[in-house]
Design a protein around this ligand. Structure first.
Ligand SMILES: [Zn+2]
Length: 146
């Protein structure tokens, strides 16, 4: 029997179910872009991705690329598999976080490429994409280069 150490485990990148109205967002991830919807009426940046404005109900939105820079707003270190998410059952220790984007929205994501116990609130992070292998990629973050 082969034993895989915690550090060798890889966080899975399961493909999302893509609704047609947010296909531009997921197509962007495949091209290495994190796109934010922005209302053309009142300029509200909209998160999570959706084709209407939660502030004024306009359906006139455009997709604009985020910088990919942010800070850790909150996080938790998951040390147990997630029983009802098969892809994550053997994920090992990983970080689930809210990252506040430089543009303002806070997104739920993972902090990767670091010791989970080194993550801190307020830490500067930068965007990375993990390819799902199915025409999309998951936006995640790693500690920003100094
Ligand atoms: Zn609006």
């Amino acid at each position: 029997m082969t034993t895989v150490s915690e550090s060798e485990k890889v966080l899975p990148a399961p493909a999302p179910f893509v609704l047609p109205e947010v296909k531009p967002f997921w197509d962007g991830t495949a091209e290495g872009k994190l796109l934010l919807a922005r209302c053309l009426e009142d300029r509200t940046l909209i998160w999570y991705p959706r084709p209407f404005c939660p502030t004024c109900a306009s359906t006139q939105v455009e997709w604009v690329p985020a910088s990919g820079r942010g800070t850790v707003y909150s996080y938790t270190v998951n040390r147990r598999g997630v029983a009802d998410l098969p892809a994550y059952r053997e994920a090992g220790v990983y970080v689930l976080a809210y990252v506040e984007l430089e543009e303002g929205p806070r997104m739920m994501t993972n902090i990767v490429d670091c010791d989970p116990d080194s993550v801190r609130i307020g830490q500067k992070v930068e965007l990375v994409f993990h390819d799902t292998g199915q025409g999309s990629a998951l936006p995640r973050f790693r500690p920003a280069a100094a």
